[in-house]
Design a protein around this ligand. Structure first.
Ligand code: ATP
Length: 336
């Protein structure tokens, strides 16, 4: 990856939620000690079960959620210490978001032309004429015909609406787009088209993508790197081939074993027991209550990151990692 555009360093997000009693408030550990980066030209896939913190991570990356603690860096600077104007004008135009459901994310009363012009008007990009040209170019970029500019979102198909949402995210020429389950509201038949569009945009514009999904197969197909989350924590991260093919964290192995491909003969691991509550995560490794390898040691503390090899960029947090033929038995303890 090039220089990271956004990086999270030890980011925690806590929410206050209504607890059991009338006046009781519980603390939800939505994101715990997350360290990941996103930059141009790279697709980072983020996977994990429902409620593991994927959307929270997405919101932190795009600046919609301020961390409770930890640091978010924008091109090396502390994002939340920047003056609001720089945050809005520099960060806000460098990182954009595509939401899950374009039918709620796009204003139903505005024609597509206005939807695409809006960010250009707000940020005073070019002359009126240039903005009109840009609207046409944006439609072209996402494979939509020019006449779509006059349509209202309700008059478009789901796939076309999501293309408009992608075009709007591209309006200010961002470096990174965060896409939170961008195809889960679409018919299966058009999902691949929207996914291919995102991959093409990476190739043509050198765009970086943070792709949030619970669809393991899609992430495996799309991503250059994969971050695996469990109960608010990133438990494994690294090059997609290594994470998917040589998973070290037992949770990652279980997750990927649920979608065997023709190329491997991994045995399917079925996880039993409920995911613990994010208001009372287990001590130590959060996965230990469902892990077939757990020992008393796992309850003591969340394991430090271990790096496969210094240059591999493949790391995991587990004291009983999976061993693969050819993998280095001596691994390299690293940052937390
Ligand atoms: N505003 C909030 N107030 C209270 N709890 C919240 C809030 N936002 C998220 N949470 C909780 O934080 C945890 C992480 O939520 P998040 O939406 O990030 O997970 P997710 O992996 O994206 O889930 P899904 O795949 O279902 O969208 C969950 O336990 C969720 O209930």
């Amino acid at each position: 990856m090039n220089e990271p555009v956004v990086s999270l360093e030890g980011v925690h997000v806590l929410h206050s939620a209504r607890g059991g009693g009338l006046f009781r408030r519980d603390v939800v550990h939505a994101l715990t000690d997350a360290t990941v980066s996103a930059g141009r030209g790279e697709i980072l896939g983020v996977v994990g079960e429902s409620g593991c913190g994927k959307s929270t991570l997405a919101k932190v990356v795009v600046g919609l959620q301020q961390p409770t603690s930890g640091t978010v860096r924008f091109r090396g600077e502390d994002l939340w210490s920047l003056p609001a104007r720089r945050r809005r004008e520099e960060f806000g135009t460098s990182v954009a978001m595509v939401f899950q459901d374009a039918s709620t994310a796009l204003n139903p009363r505005l024609p597509v032309r206005r939807i695409l012009r809006d960010p250009l008007d707000v940020h005073r990009r070019g002359t009126a004429r240039q903005r009109e040209d840009r609207v046409r170019d944006l439609l072209d970029l996402v494979g939509l015909p020019g006449h779509v500019a006059e349509a209202l979102p309700g008059g478009l198909s789901g796939g076309q609406r999501q293309r408009v949402a992608v075009a709007r995210a591209l309006a200010l020429e961002p470096d990174v787009i965060v896409a939170d389950e961008p195809t889960s509201a679409l018919d299966v038949s058009v999902r691949a088209q929207v996914l291919n569009l995102l991959v093409d945009l990476r190739a043509t514009l050198g765009l970086g993508l943070v792709f949030i999904s619970h669809d393991i197969q899609t992430v495996r197909y799309l991503a250059d790197r994969i971050a695996v989350m469990y109960l608010g924590r990133v438990v494994e991260e690294g090059p997609a081939a290594a994470v998917a093919g040589e998973a070290r964290h037992p949770y990652t192995r279980a997750l990927f074993s649920a979608t065997p491909s023709l190329l491997d003969d991994t045995e399917r691991i079925v996880l039993t027991g409920p995911v613990p509550s994010a208001t009372r995560p287990p001590s130590g490794c959060p996965f230990r209550t469902r892990c077939w390898k757990a020992t008393d040691e796992c309850a003591v503390e969340f394991p430090h990151a271990t790096l496969a090899a210094p240059e591999s960029g493949h790391s995991w947090h587990c004291v009983h990692p999976e061993i693969h033929p050819g993998s280095h038995p001596e691994t390299h303890p690293s940052r937390r």
